[in-house]
Design a protein around this ligand. Structure first.
Ligand code: FE
Ligand code: CA
Length: 530
């Protein structure tokens, strides 16, 4: 971090002339900025951008002087200036303004920069007092009617702090993607964990309150490699369970805590505060409900249907006695699984998705979502009902999954591609309507799924994953012994996916290598290993 900070301070000196105008900052912000001069660097959590549209992108920062001490930042509103430029040297500034960073939103700043040109790169930075933020690179989505020649997409999820370095983010940044999709478990909420990677500050308290979730994000966002991954491209994001609590679903946590909804609201608010999200109007209950499912178009090349399969799902089927959350069950022993009203996305999101698929002009329809969609039985299946599945992913909602695949087929949406996270394993899978029967003309492959591994979070031994692949023939590839990320190149004619695996997650200088790559051709669902 030190060399990075030195560069930022040097760039701060370069534009000293600009910051001389700091006197024009509004009221309390100006005095606080003056008072805090020399108190440290207020952009310790870096910057980010995301939620790109053809004419707009959200830029983000949070004024924070010390990731491990929220008290280092005064609890007053602070005026922060922002600039967006055509060029990295900020010679041609195309938009600028001032935003208030208020303690009510953890001094986060979200600016929805509008009036931009489609399909091009921009650079942005924030200025507070004498301090200038790192310079972020971002881009707008291509014009609606255009057909871009390619989109380079990086996909990441699951970055449990204690399990390793964020070397995968360093490599992701080096790959210079156009867009990053983050599919959940940005933080892990739980308490004391044995640190498996030396020399990183840890928090030992489990997150329950708004202050605790904010502190957790600050800890994670202090990482220089994670900051780098945010600096290179806009992100589109969804969450999984650990942004709130392990294995929660809808309004219920594992321990059936009566006050869980308060905890969820705190976690949702902290998520918003730390992500480059365009916040949709909140309802009467404030952050108790927060809609994050959203569509993003990349011209006519790709439509991203970013889903939320946590907030609206039916309760987990057949939990352990007096518990909520997941379980491992056979479908024969748990008839509840098959109840047709058990929704994964909730009715409103299902209808929204159906509309978005039906009207999609896109060559590739990408479902960016958190949990594995392919059936993944833990035991051999000799007859229907034998399969033993984990109830937290789509396996716990088989009728909703079938309905989704029906919708995909009926909508006529071209080239459905499912991206997933959560299970800390690289998977390439082929999704047919009836997962228990072999693929045939009557049971065709309707969509292709690529599941990323984790940035750091640990998984089961590879020998066990080899058994999964053998027992579930529609899973064409599985690799759980490697941490890393996925890189996709999407073109009108084909999509290529590379599974990028680190040599050693505990080594921040680790190399990364391609473990496998797959091609999906336009008009033909299913994977071809390349
Ligand atoms: Fe995870
Ligand atoms: Ca998860």
């Amino acid at each position: 971090m030190d060399s990075q900070r030195r560069i930022f301070l040097a760039s701060a000196a370069r534009i000293a002339a600009l910051t001389a105008a700091a006197g024009s900052l509004a009221g309390s912000g100006a005095s606080a900025a003056t008072r805090l001069n020399g108190a440290g660097y207020p952009f310790a959590l870096g910057v980010a951008s995301g939620s790109p549209l053809p004419d707009a992108v959200v830029i983000w920062t949070r004024i924070n002087y010390d990731p491990l001490n929220a008290g280092a930042t005064p609890a007053i509103a602070l005026a922060v200036r922002w600039e967006v430029a055509d060029d990295e040297a900020f010679r041609r500034i195309v938009a600028k303004g001032q935003a208030m960073a208020t303690p009510e939103l953890a001094h986060s700043v979200h600016v929805d920069v509008t009036g931009l040109e489609p399909g091009r790169w921009y650079w942005y930075r924030f200025i507070f007092g004498d301090a200038v933020s790192p310079i972020g690179r971002t881009r707008t989505a291509p014009a609606a009617e255009s057909m871009p020649a390619s989109l380079k997409l990086a996909v990441a999820s699951c970055q449990h702090w204690e399990f390793g370095s964020y070397a995968a983010h360093r490599h992701l940044a080096t790959a210079a993607p156009d867009l990053v999709a983050f599919l959940g478990d940005y933080i892990y909420e739980w308490g004391a964990y044995q640190l498996q990677h030396p020399q990183r500050a840890v928090r030992r308290d489990e997150s329950f309150t708004l202050e605790q979730y904010r502190a957790r994000y600050a800890q994670y966002k202090s990482d220089a490699d994670l900051q780098r991954a945010h600096l290179v491209a806009p992100w589109i994001v969804t969450w999984d369970d650990h942004e709130v609590a392990n294995d929660y679903g809808n309004e219920r946590d594992e321990l059936l805590t009566p006050t869980f909804l308060q905890r969820r609201a705190a976690a949702y608010q902290a998520f918003y505060e730390h992500m480059p999200l365009r916040l949709l109007p909140l309802g009467r209950r404030g952050f108790v409900d927060m809609r994050i499912y959203q569509r993003y178009d990349w011209g006519r090349l790709a439509r991203f249907h970013v889903l939320d399969d946590r907030q609206y799902r039916a309760n987990h089927a057949c939990p352990k006695p007096n518990r909520g959350g997941s379980n491992s069950v056979t479908t024969r022993a748990c008839p509840d699984l098959m109840r047709p009203e058990r929704s994964m996305l909730g009715t409103a999101q299902e209808q929204w998705l159906q509309e978005g698929l039906k009207k999609s002009p896109a060559r590739w329809n990408i479902l960016a979502q958190q949990t594995l969609m392919a059936q993944s039985s833990q035991v051999p299946i000799t007859r229907p009902g034998d399969e033993r599945i984990w109830t937290d992913g789509w396996d716990g909602y088989p009728m909703a999954r079938q309905q989704l695949l029906d919708t995909l087929q009926a909508s006529g949406a071209r080239n459905p591609l499912v991206l997933s996270g959560d299970v800390h394993t690289f998977y390439a899978t082929e999704l047919s309507r009836d997962a228990m029967r072999p693929v045939s003309r009557a049971n065709p492959v309707l969509a292709t799924e690529f599941c990323g591994t984790s940035i750091t979070s640990s998984s089961r031994p590879q020998s066990r994953t080899d058994e999964y692949v053998a027992m579930n023939p529609h899973i064409r590839y599985g690799r759980s012994d490697k941490r890393g990320y996925m890189l996709l190149e999407i073109t009108p004619g084909k999509t290529t996916t590379w599974f990028q695996g680190l040599d050693n997650v505990r080594d921040s200088a680790s190399n990364i290598a391609t473990l496998a790559s797959f091609t999906v051709r336009d008009g033909k669902a299913g994977v071809q290993q390349s």
